[in-house]
Design a protein around this ligand. Structure first.
Ligand SMILES: C[C@@]1(CC(=O)O)C2=NC(=C\c3[nH]c(c(CCC(=O)O)c3CC(=O)O)Cc3[nH]c(c(CC(=O)O)c3CCC(=O)O)/C=C3\N/C(=C\2)[C@@H](CCC(=O)O)[C@]3(C)CC(=O)O)/[C@H]1CCC(=O)O
Ligand SMILES: NC(=O)c1ccc[n+]([C@@H]2O[C@H](COP(=O)([O-])OP(=O)(O)OC[C@H]3O[C@@H](n4cnc5c(N)ncnc54)[C@H](O)[C@@H]3O)[C@@H](O)[C@H]2O)c1
Length: 220
């Protein structure tokens, strides 16, 4: 399996089942995707979500009926308590060429990672479905670095533009961008005064005439 960062805006996601697991999956996608939840009943969390709700018993739906609800979908999730029904939805999604995530039953082709998100940073953790607790634990541990990394991305945007305007070779520009990331003074400065630190980084790393930086003395 291979991770991707996908823009879900205007993409249709169809979830079967309206219980606790469905609510967690709906929360994951609801800010971007157009959600439809098809279920016999809906939990309060699902009712409070922006999803379109369709009350129906999957056991009473023909394959053709299910396929008609999958039309135009980018991703289908099945979170029914009955594995056979989940697997059936998976088979129909595969037939229609639509990505599938299975909450219970035969694995689909999508796993939902545990994610952390800042203004710029987005990271997802997955154990390939083996231990959601470990994925969650990793997210918790990395959560503290979001402000630091987001500020560094802001700095890198400015520094990268400044370097592009010089005559420096691509390899030298890339090296300076990396040096700025591990520069202890810059890392610390970003937490205190972002503007002043961006100026410091520009002076230190974007000058065409600056002496060769003393590299390799960081233990990071
Ligand atoms: C990341 C996250 C995204 C999301 O779904 O929302 C996620 N599970 C989350 C939470 C969570 N999961 C569970 C509880 C209840 C704890 C408990 O009481 O048991 C909680 C609540 C909590 O922990 O807060 C139990 C559980 N989960 C799965 C099974 C069945 C199984 O394992 O077979 C069981 C039954 C018990 C067990 O067997 O453990 C399966 C999956 N859960 C996955 C993802 C995929 C694998 C991810 C990976 O590759 O690591 C996969 C395969 C589904 C998939 O394909 O998407 C989200 C973390 C959000 C966060 O960051 O806080
Ligand atoms: N993948 C995961 O992250 C994960 C985590 C925990 C549990 N699970 C598994 O996911 C499944 C769902 O768990 P849950 O806690 O959401 O269950 P739940 O009982 O809270 O919800 C099940 C939902 O499915 C609906 N439903 C049941 N039969 C239906 C049918 N024939 N037609 C239409 N709707 C129907 C119910 O009305 C309900 O809304 C369980 O099998 C559980 O073991 C998966």
């Amino acid at each position: 399996m291979i991770p991707l960062i996908i823009d879900f805006s205007r993409k249709k996601v169809v979830i079967f089942g309206g219980g606790a697991v469905s609510a967690r999956k709906a929360r994951y996608f609801q800010d971007e995707a157009e959600l439809t939840v098809i279920s016999r009943s809906f939990s309060d969390a699902i009712k409070a979500s922006p999803a379109n709700l369709m009350q129906s018993d999957v056991g009473e739906m023909s394959d053709e009926e299910i396929l008609s609800h999958l039309e135009g979908a980018f991703l289908v999730i099945s979170a029914l308590p009955d594995k056979n029904q989940n697997n059936r939805i998976g088979r129909l999604a595969a037939e229609a060429g639509i990505l599938f995530n299975n909450a219970d039953g035969e694995a689909g082709d999508v796993i939902i990672p545990s994610i952390l998100r800042g203004r710029h940073l987005i990271a997802g953790f997955s154990t390939g479905g083996e231990s959601p607790a470990v994925s969650r634990h990793l997210r918790d541990r990395f959560e503290t670095i979001i402000p630091e990394i987001d500020a560094m991305v802001d700095l890198q945007i400015v520094l990268r533009d400044a370097l592009k305007a010089t005559n420096l070779k691509q390899e030298e520009r890339a090296e300076r961008l990396r040096d700025a990331i591990i520069d202890p003074e810059i890392r610390e400065g970003l937490q205190k005064d972002m503007d002043a630190t961006i100026h410091l980084a520009l002076r230190r790393y974007s000058s065409e005439t600056m002496p060769k930086i003393n590299r390799g003395n960081s233990d990071e």
